[in-house]
Structure formats: structure tokens, C-alpha cells
Design a protein around this ligand. Structure first.
Ligand SMILES: [Zn+2]
Length: 202
């Protein structure tokens, strides 16, 4: 219920904010986040909770299926602000197993208008995994296939990230590192992705 959020805020003010007044007072003057998080909008992947971080530590951008699209002015502005103004040294693209956006790429019968257009930015991840499975003549569990696509999508979005010249430049100057992670909702753990290509064997 929506009133629950406001009640929660009252508890936040008394239980957290008042007790850490100085921390929040300093934070109100300036933010110095050290990580830009590009994650999925999924409600089960709450950034600060799963990383045990506080307000002020992570600059956040979330969308369906943690996509980096170079024609997305929203993300582009977030990136520009993060790198050129906040001087953030690390960007994390974090996917998650069980991502509804990734599942939706298999569903061609959908009548949605905007979701398929958006997911075009992740479609190559699905193609890469399926092509690899065909070339290896591998039959795998459908769930496992989806997990591989989730992982490949993170790699793909890291590639998209490097299509921005100012991202590439910051990386070349060693001012910026980019990281691919996948969150597992069933264990609470984060898997750090290796930079290699589609690996169909764990
Ligand atoms: Zn998701």
C-alpha cells in the first residue's frame, strides 16, 4: 500500500536519519559516489541492499534488462555526468538471473509496443548464445540457456558502453574501469563475469 511508504519514511527519519545526522548533513552538501551502477529495474535487485552500501555511495541507473543503448539520452546523460563531473572511477553493469526482460526476448507473440523495441538492444546476446549452442551441438536445460543469455547480455552491454568515445578515453587514461556482474536472486550472491566470450560450460 502506498501509505506504507510514507510510514516507512517516518521510521527512516527517526530510526536512521536522526541517528546519523552528521553523515546526512555532509551528504546534503555534496555527493561523491565511487561507482555508477547500471542495473535492471527489477524490484528484487535493490542496489544498496544487495551491496550493503549507504546513501551517497552509488550513482544509479536502472532500466529493463540493464541495457546500455547509445541512442538512449537518459543513460547517455547519466554517463556523461558520472564520468565528466562526478569523476566516478568504476562502472558496474549488473544483470540478474531470472530477468523478465531476457525471458521476454523469446516471446515473439507479445502485443507490447515498447518492450520489444527496447529489447532489440539485448537481442544479440540471445543470438550469440543460441549460435554457440548450435555450433557445439549442445542440448541444455532451458533455464541454463536463459542464464547464459543473462550473462552474455552483461558482456554485450559492456561492449555498448565502450562505444561512447568519452568512456573509451577515460578507460585508456586509466581513469575508468568497467565491470560485469550478475546477481543471483536465489542465493543473494553476485557473480563477477569474466571478460571472455560466451562460455557454455561453467
Ligand atoms: Zn531484470
Amino acid at each position: 500500500m502506498i501509505t506504507g511508504l510514507l510510514e516507512g519514511n517516518k521510521r527512516f527519519v527517526t530510526d536512521v536519519f536522526q541517528k546519523e545526522k552528521e553523515y546526512f548533513a555532509d551528504l546534503a552538501k555534496v555527493q561523491r559516489p565511487t561507482v555508477l551502477w547500471i542495473g535492471c529495474s527489477d524490484s528484487r535487485v535493490p542496489v544498496n541492499t544487495i551491496t550493503q552500501t549507504r546513501a551517497g555511495e552509488i550513482f544509479v541507473h536502472r532500466n529493463v534488462a540493464n541495457i546500455v543503448a547509445t541512442n538512449d539520452w537518459n543513460l547517455s546523460a547519466v554517463l556523461e555526468f558520472s564520468i565528466n563531473h562526478l569523476r566516478i572511477p568504476d562502472i558496474v553493469v549488473c544483470g540478474h538471473y531470472g530477468c523478465g526482460g531476457i525471458v521476454a526476448m523469446d516471446d515473439v507473440s507479445r502485443e507490447d509496443r515498447y518492450i520489444p523495441i527496447w529489447l532489440n538492444n539485448a537481442y544479440k546476446a540471445k543470438e550469440r548464445v543460441d549460435e554457440k549452442l548450435v555450433s557445439l551441438q549442445m542440448q541444455i536445460d532451458p533455464e541454463q540457456r536463459l542464464r547464459l543469455i543473462v550473462e552474455e547480455n552483461v558482456r554485450l552491454q559492456l561492449e555498448h558502453l565502450q562505444e561512447y568515445p568519452f568512456v573509451r578515453d577515460a578507460m585508456k587514461e586509466s581513469k575508468l574501469s568497467i565491470h560485469g556482474w550478475v546477481y543471483d536472486m536465489t542465493s543473494g550472491g553476485i557473480k563477477v563475469m569474466q571478460k571472455n566470450r560466451v562460455a557454455c560450460r561453467e
